[in-house]
Every structure is written in C-alpha cells, then in structure tokens.
Ligand binder design. Structure first.
Ligand SMILES: Cc1cc2nc3c(=O)[nH]c(=O)nc-3n(C[C@H](O)[C@H](O)[C@H](O)COP(=O)(O)OP(=O)(O)OC[C@H]3O[C@@H](n4cnc5c(N)ncnc54)[C@H](O)[C@@H]3O)c2cc1C
Length: 330
C-alpha cells in the first residue's frame, strides 16, 4: 500500500468496476481499483468464461473471458493502480478523506465507488482437510496461467461449464487430462459436452475425491483418491496438478457494517448513483433503484454517471461532461 490519496477508489473488478476505472482515468482522476480475487473480470470471467453474451452494445457475440480481456485491454490504455487479491473490509471517513481498509492495509481516497456485484467471490474448496502446502504448486482453484499445465498430467474436478471448458482447453497442452465428476451428466453447454466427448479427456464419473496427498515416491506429484458413487470402489490417480472447479460462493454481508442504506441485499442509490454516505457511490449488480436491471449494459452506463458526480463533488470548477474524443490522451 502507498501513501497516495486517490481521487476515486473503486471496489470490485467486475465489468462495472473495470469500465468505471477506465472512465475515471479518462476524466483525468487518479484511480485505485481493488479486487478480492487474484484476477479482474467478476462474474463473466469467474462464473461463465466460455458462455456467449449477446446483449453488449455493438458486439453481436462475445464470451465472458473475451469481454474481460477487452475491458482489461481498454483499461491498460490509461492504466490505474490495481490491488488484486485484496479484499475491502471496512470504510471509515476521517476528516473528509475515506480510509478503505483491506486485508493488506489501508487506501486513502476522496471518493469511493462500490462495484462488488454479489459480494466477494471465494472458491468452493475441497471439504476435507489436506496439507496446505499442496496449494503451493499442485492444487488450485483457479487457472492463473495455462502454461503451468503444459506437458503435465492433470486432473480437473467439477461438472459445470467451467470444469468442462478447462478440461477441453487444458487437454490441448497437457500430457493427460482427467475430469472427475460426481454425476454422469454435466451441467455445461451441450456444444461443450460434445467437444469434451470428442476429446482425449479421460472422464471419470461418477466419482468423488476422498483425499489428496503428496505422492510418497515423488513429492512433486500428488495422489488423488477417488471413490465411486454408490459403490465401494476406490481408486487412486497420480497427477502433477489438480484443478478444483466446484464453483464460487459470494458474500455481501460485509455491507451491513458500512452504514449504507440497504434494500434487502442491495445498496440504495439515487439517480446519480450516490449512496447515503458522502462521496460514496455504488454501481452494477449490488445496487437498486426503480427499474434497475442486473445487466452488464446497465452496469457500463452507471460507471460514467457515478464518476461524473464524484468529479463534480470533488472539483466543482472542472467541466463535468465531455465526449470521449476530447478526453482521450494517446
Ligand atoms: C451465469 C450468468 C450468466 C449471465 N449472462 C449475462 C448476459 O448474457 N448478459 C448480461 O448483461 N449479464 C449477464 N449476467 C449478469 C452479469 O454477469 C452481471 O450483471 C455483471 O457481472 C455485474 O457486474 P458487476 O461488476 O456489478 O459485478 P461482478 O461481475 O459480480 O463483479 C464484482 C467483483 O467485485 C469483487 N468484490 C466483491 N466484494 C469485494 C470486496 N469486499 N473487496 C474487493 N473486491 C470485491 C468480486 O470478487 C467481483 O470480482 C450473467 C450472470 C450469470 C451468473
């Protein structure tokens, strides 16, 4: 953490937060973007990376991950300070400056935009105890870098879109890929399941994982113990890497401690996306107002509205509306 006082700190690196960060940079504000996960993208990247989206203006079809890549590429044109793998825990106003407390330290800022969607995502983990050292190299809940799987023997656990998509993609670079699922049927798009069936992925179903431990002879590898559902059959596979894709849980309970006006789980905002707290705005899936739609298109529009009002509050003498061509600095 540094000693800067940011103009705007945006909490949440989903579509709403990434685009609002870019727009705030276009308005020449200095911006911090905080995301609890190690990578940006929010729901489209985390929950439906390969699903096609058809209702983004001017893009007839784009997948969740392509949308995320484009948003990040756009943000990189102007850059901002990004704090990834950092969760916001509290907001406190001290002498007109907001202190945004995180699990890694405090960020000071004049205004805040809350864009936390359904709350901080955490991966659903294996439910039994295992050696925490396994998470250093062998056991993951995210793919940070596909290259880590090149030429490796890998097992992927899960039966949803994400597990099936990763099995198809990683099988193209791995030495071998096994997909472990507790049912015989996947909860994934039909086209993905057909692609899976045409691939070399070894489909192990219906099995659940009972245990994971380092291999006794070669501690770079792990033994994954599997039990067949409704059977006593137990078998062990030895792999380099296990990727667990059991989905994500989100938690927005933290909002109750921030003195915000809420309606159910949502933050109430006015027409300029302002909350009841001074210079604190909110956008995207976490907010409610009459007619609110939980769509990416709506979230994109809410960012510039919030940024413009924040700008006007902070710097009343600055022009508060302009078209992109007059704002963009090459
Ligand atoms: C399966 C599915 C399909 C969908 N399909 C479509 C579609 O086709 N078209 C469409 O328009 N919409 C679709 N949506 C909805 C769309 O994904 C959401 O409207 C959009 O993601 C909202 O963006 P957001 O930035 O507000 O929130 P999110 O995408 O949820 O991002 C919020 C981010 O904030 C982070 N965060 C939360 N709490 C904290 C904290 N305390 N500290 C730091 N970071 C935090 C989270 O980790 C997350 O990355 C779909 C949703 C789902 C689940």
């Amino acid at each position: 953490m540094n000693n800067k006082i940011y103009d705007i700190t945006i909490i949440g690196g989903g579509p709403a937060g990434i685009f609002a960060s870019y727009y705030a940079r276009m308005r020449k504000l200095n911006v911090a973007l905080i995301e609890s996960l190690p990578k940006l993208g929010g729901q489209p990247e985390t929950l439906y990376a390969q699903k096609e989206i058809f209702d983004i203006a001017a893009l007839p079809k784009i997948s969740g991950t392509e949308l995320t890549d484009s948003l990040i590429k756009q943000l990189e044109l102007l850059g901002c300070d990004k704090y990834l793998g950092t969760s916001v825990t509290d907001l406190k106003q001290i002498d007109d400056i907001w202190n945004v407390d995180t699990d890694k330290g405090t960020i000071k800022t004049k205004s805040i935009i809350i864009a936390i969607g359904n709350g901080a995502f955490k991966p659903r983990k294996l439910t039994f105890d295992y050696d925490p050292l396994l998470e250093e190299n062998n056991l993951s809940y995210f793919v940070n870098d596909m290259e880590e799987y090149r030429d490796k023997d890998i097992a992927i656990a899960g039966g949803g879109d994400s597990a099936v998509d990763w099995a198809i993609h990683l099988d193209k670079i791995s030495n071998s890929t096994s997909l472990i699922h507790r049912r015989n049927k996947y909860r994934a798009m039909e086209s993905s399941v057909s692609e899976l069936n045409d691939s070399d992925v070894d489909q192990m179903n219906p099995y659940i994982i009972k245990d994971v431990k380092f291999n006794d002879d070669d501690r770079t590898k792990i033994d994954v113990e599997l039990k067949m559902i409704r059977s006593d059959e137990i078998k062990t596979i030895t792999v380099d890497k296990l990727l667990v894709n059991y989905g994500f849980i989100s938690d927005s309970k933290i909002l109750h401690d921030w003195n915000l006006n809420l309606e159910g789980p949502f933050i109430k905002v006015d027409r300029e996306m302002e909350t009841n707290l001074p210079n604190v705005f909110a956008i995207g899936d976490i907010i409610t107002y009459p007619g609110k739609l939980q769509l990416i298109a709506t979230a994109f529009a809410e960012g510039p509205i919030a940024v413009t009002k924040a700008l006007r509050n902070m710097y009343p003498d600055r022009d508060y509306f302009a078209h992109s061509t007059s704002l963009f600095e090459q």
